[in-house]
Design a protein around this ligand. Sequence first.
Ligand SMILES: [Zn+2]
Length: 425
Amino acid sequence: MSRKLIIPAGLAIFGILAVVSGLTGGIEKLFIKPEPSKVIIRSKVPAGATFISFMTGQGFSTGTASEILAAAKPVYDFATIIAGREAIFQYDHTGAIFEKLIYKIDTERQLTIWVATSSPDGANLTAQVLEAEEGLVSPPSHAYRQAGLPAAVGWLVEVADIPYEVKISEASGTIETSLYETMVGSGFDQRLALAVAEVFAWQVDFAADIRSGDSFKVIHEDRYLDGEYAMPGRILAAQFINDGETFNGYLFEGPNTKIGYYDEKGKSLQKIFLKSPLQYKYISSGYTGARLNPITKKVSPHRGIDYVANTGTPAVSVGDGTVTQAGWNGYYGLSVTVRHNDTYTTRYGHFSALPKGIRKGAHVKQGQVVGYVGSTGLSTGPHLHYEMHKFGSYVNPFKVEVPPTEDINEQDRSLLEALTASFTL
Ligand SMILES: [Zn+2]
């Protein structure tokens, strides 16, 4: 969504503090009138709320809420308001006059709705705006005054990037139990732990293969909003040492190379198969709200890999492909088989349930949930049975040399070298 409408910046300025009127002439005071502080109310959308019920809960009349809903509709439909999202209401210094509403659409974008009033010199701002951006401002209404609003003549709406301030930060540590517990226990954001696991999801089975003594180092962005920490941003460079093997990843985009994580040699970290059908984000404490359950993995007696995991844990397709089987399947119980290309097929068994849309002929993306762990078929307890076939014969998925997706373009090599040299991992 692009920026649709911009309120002239000058309108937000209540006073000019001082103006320097020349190098030798000293300071000429024009006038001093500090901007009165605003009343800011932050509110989270409650579960089950509609936009109207949320707004009336904030003291707006149903009529005013309906008008904001209609005014926003060309750029954002509040019918899709999401529980838990934050909305910020700004009032004047008395707290009586509503000025604007900011709604966080997602982690990247926000919607701002201003009350449009006449500008101080008497010119009608809304009329000017209407000329420029026809149709975005709703017609005037008596409802504003009922709600204690200024003599408003309309609403201005805009969708824009959330103006985070970004700082570069570093995190490192040695794992005792799990990546998640080590990072959270050291005071790092749990979302950063999940992001690290996602960078190396093609190299390391974070669900089952983390060893005591594994270590990590991450150079990443932190995002701040209004001076307060909001969330981790992008991981710029990271290292993970798993069972003595070192993996490095650098976020790189070149004129001829698509954005992604590459090692120092220019090999893409993204491969056609994920290392594990159990993804860290679905098993870590951050996702379940419960303490991390260790996932155990062993070679199955019936040729495959068995992951012991809780019933209901989502399992994902390790690669893009087409579902060739979905449903009851002998001793596999409720199972799903995915054909990835002419060479490789993977199968996932003993599910308790399949997600909607997972049926024969369906296309699945790498990382897409294809079933939920269960104990159907020939199974003694909840576990995921995972198999890989190459030209129809069973292979150990952890011994297969998995081809990477596209490596960097040779023309971009010097750019990658400059980037990797700027980080110390
Ligand atoms: Zn099995």
